[in-house]
Design a protein around this ligand. Sequence first.
Ligand code: IPM
Ligand code: MN
Length: 360
Amino acid sequence: MKLKLAVLPGDGIGPEIMEQGLAVTEAICKKFGHELSYKYAICGADAIDKVGDPFPEETFQTCMEADAVLFASVGDPKYDNNPNSKVRPEQGLLAMRKKLGLFANIRPVTTFDCLVHKSPLKDEVVKGADFICIRELTGGMYFGQKKEPATNENGVEDAFDTNYYSRPEVERILHVAYQYARQRRNHVTVVDKANVLASSRLWRKVAQEVMKQYPDVTTDFMYVDNASMRMIQDPRFFDVMVTENTFGDILTDEGSCITGSMGLLPSASTGEHTPVFEPIHGSWPQGKGLNIANPLAQILSVAMLFEYFGLKAEGALVREAVDESLAQNVRTPEIQVEGGAKYGTKEVGGQWIVDYINKK
Ligand code: IPM
Ligand code: MN
């Protein structure tokens, strides 16, 4: 196929891992005869520095014209501890989600057998855990009506965020979850806080209707506090978890750490316009330029990208190359075995994994 990508490296380690992700994309396209073209675009702190906007119009247009966006990470410490800064890199990410209508964030929590010892959980608890979290991404408190901290009419400083959801927003994300469940183990867990929150009661009401359209899928409902506990006690319980934006944000960080390395987890965000594929980890500014960042999450995001377009063999070859690199201890420092050889971002990605693909 013809594949036109928008490439958004962003900040911190973003550009380095993107280079590896792109090298892998090129190798796969060459091997399978796909015609690849791509265009770089700026976002995050990089774009604030250059044009004063973390998701400039030109970047948006580049995304809209592409078949898919390959995104790395945004964020810079100079904005982190300043609640007064008018513009911050994360706003670029939120703008991208909203403008591209990316309402479904798919975050797989996959464990790698050879890395389970890195998990804070016991091997026997985490081994074989394999689920995906479908996080609603364009609604809830992130985008509901807000009041920034300011003194109110009673002379008290206050602030609020509104956890707004409408029925269509809930319906469409539930359908995404059920579609995924049908490709997997036919089990959906709807995570909410329906015992307290009105918005959650809407979720539960809608889910109880939508589930009837999928009689082949088992549905269960779990309060978010209970789900966060179950995830560490018995992560193998889950197959497809679906939840609102804020709960999903929190639960997916929890999910990523139980696998042992955040540097290995990719994600996809899909919706109304161009889909986006990105690692779930952040921009890790301390690691920038040191050639130590793990490129695997970015590379696995490329696998998700191919799979999104139905290119299964392409995705499978990327995954095979990643598995093989781990098996042969071609690993970045944070997951390398004791006494193992030293490999950096480039050596793992653009070199070893690309070589593996070329030789196949
Ligand atoms: C994520 C991140 C973002 C979020 C931040 C950077 C705005 O934590 O993608 O999970 O909260 O959604
Ligand atoms: Mn998050």
